[in-house]
Design a protein around this ligand. Sequence first.
Ligand code: TRP
Ligand code: ZN
Length: 898
Amino acid sequence: MLQRDAQGQPIAIRREDYAAPAYWIDTVDLTFDLDPAKTRVLNRMQMRRNPEVPVQPLRLDGDELNLARVLVNGQGASFRMEGEQLVIDGLPDSFELEIFTTCCPIKNTKLMGLFVSEDTFFTQCEAEGFRRITYFLDRPDVMASYTVTLRASKAAYPVLLSNGNLVEQGELPEGRHFAKWVDPFKKPSYLFALVAGKLVAREQRIKARSGKEHLLQVYVRAGDLDKTEHAMNSLINSVLWDEARFGLPLDLDRFMIVATSDFNMGAMENKGLNIFNTKYVLANQATATDADYSNIESVVGHEYFHNWSGDRVTCRDWFQLSLKEGLTVFRDQEFSQDLCADASARAVKRIEDVRVLRTAQFPEDAGPMAHPVRPDSYIEISNFYTVTIYEKGAEVVRMMQTLVGRKGFEKGITLYFERHDGQAVTCDDFAQAIADANPESELARLLPQFKRWYSQAGTPRLAAHGVYDAQNRSYTLSVVQSCPPTPGQPTKEPFVIPLNVGLLDASSGRELPLQLEGESEATHGTRTVVLSRAGEQITFTGLDAEPVPSILRGFSAPVILDFEYTDAQLLTLLANDPDPFNRWEAGQRLGLRAALNGIAALATDTTPVLNDAYIDAMRSVLRNPQLDAAFKELVLTLPSETYIAEQLDVVDPQRVHLVREAMRAQLATALFADWQWAYEEHHDTGAYSPDPTSSGRRALAGMALNFLCLAARASGDVVWPGKTLQRFKDAGNMTDRFNALNALVSSGHTLAAQALARFHAIFKDEALVIDKWFSLQAGAPDRGGDILPLVKQLMKHPDFSLKNPNRARSVIFSYCSANPGAFHRPDAAGYVFWSERVIELDAINPQVAARLARALDRWSKLAEPYRSAAREAIARVAAKPDLSKDTHEVVTRALAGN
Ligand code: TRP
Ligand code: ZN
């Protein structure tokens, strides 16, 4: 049952209403009798009243539990139910509370609390899943010591795992056995976990700097052991990195990762027992792509780094979610960069991260679900595991590092963990620690204002303008910042923005020394200018001619930069900027400009959208022996349809799709010989290794094949499609195989059908590969409205299941959220399909449904007839009675937007 107000609407939880808990739980002793249909949970807690708050009844959270018994100090106690809460009055100052409940894991399709996946028990407690296991103070500021006893059939559930150390195990009557685990660290309930089933583990012992030994384990199903090497290596690297970079050691004797194929999100950082979606654990060269390998490294790192940033120091309340998520994303981004062998690979990683931010977080920040990094209210916290909390939160942490320097930031992290180890704290506490460790820094000087990044939603815009003064040999950049209104925040105050800048000589392209007005000497390389006012001027002196400014290098702040670059200036930056991010960005700006011009000019699919200068510049990048393949692939990737759409006030998705496809076709034919060269030059990467250099070569070869098949489509050439099919058959790894398949499918070639059939036949028993097979088809470029009927067909395939989140995402999300040209149909059939799936999924798994519901977040930007049709579809979902509060919150916010 939801908490509802008098009108029957779910109640919003507000940050300003935070109050300390009325009781503390010191110890929890849990005993589970595991049974898929009826699991018994005995919960014994040592509790005491919090003397700092007024005396009040104890209110324990519960959800879909069957309550059998409540004892206080061993005596039957009187209690009452208020909605889903169990309320007990008249308790002494300290007492033992014993609660006996049962639940039904096999029917748990929400995948929150205790559930069964492929005959194995798993838990997911973040954010509010523990209350589906037992009655509890299910809030992160209540931290307790856990002892857990698991009892189950030994034959069916030979492996019994929970947090911490295994202290006892043994046999029980009737073929049952037990295991007792003690977690040496206090933790909030959301970090509790158990796993029970038939699993096997890859094991590795490692020695930390201190000389202490640790056992690392990766648990999977028996057939998957050959796919755990990369996850184990990633875990080892994570342990070493956190100790080397931040001095944070592994604090447990034993650290476990377990994979499940039924999971709402990527993975979960339960103390000592991380539970992962199989997608982020299992990989071998035959089944996983380079992207999978790199995601596994990031997610394994991410969950491991939570062991400190999240577990040792946790969140006071869920409004502080970015305290752990933003910081931990920042840490996993830094980890992946530090594992790169060179500066180019680091820059590639940075560009990829920024691309995610700009294509997913910027739209969120501009839409009806916009919220600050530290939100002020929510109806369902699961809806706030967003790109804003994660990715924008990571950018806020990154700006702090930029403001205090890398060493200063490490000092700040050390102080943060010294001060707050074992506590549940706030975003303010984090920022304060970084500032206090760097008292002379700009961060310390501007801290209250800097923290507006936590409180104000929306993406700031920088309008920059440059004027050269020949007389004074100076160049003045004027920068005006603004931030659009967001729901509940009509006006904004200026942000603190670290702006990394450099200047290039317009004719030679060489970097110029930087000397600000009033300085006696020039410096070389990038400068960080800290903006804090609505408008500022930065004057550079000693310049013989108007320079080309390279602004926002490395994407030093999560803002939109408007600067009226000429094409010539952008071409100079693309050819010369020593900052690889801005070099890439210059190419993106040129591509975006062409797309926007094409859209404005109502281009048809035969109008050339790209000019010769752009094509020549792309050829130069492609052929440049100084640049890495991975970087070239990024430069030659056109801005996505979603990114282009964000730049428009009114979006006709079909027009965006058509123009971008025209640009791709033009790149395919105009650079045909270059693509041939690129393919021949890069397709052989030797024995498989997922390192950045060889994966970059595979990415560029794959891109070349894609363009060659696209060109063949226009010319009727059969050679390249034939070669591509052969490549598909002969490929020695999934990356090459999938790229070849993708080239045939996305060019709509007739050979695609047999390749798809063959692919399915080879991989029919590999669930993660079958997900790729579904997703490739549902995400393919639309031709005359052919994708929606295909998607409906795919949903009837025997391998399709709505209950498995990965599978549901592979078809439905690939279509609704990742294929705008196919989804936004003039006949509204895409929206009707969407509304039906949201409603259908909502009854099974509200978290997954609510994510799908967000596919229409940006409806109010759409041109007619899309806009009205989308609104109608959202209203249809909103009108459905008994909607989960997850989906309810998303659709009502969407409708409130306009
Ligand atoms: N804390 C997890 C992470 O970021 C996120 C997570 C995993 C989650 N499963 C969830 C959040 C279920 C909400 C619900 O690493
Ligand atoms: Zn996380």
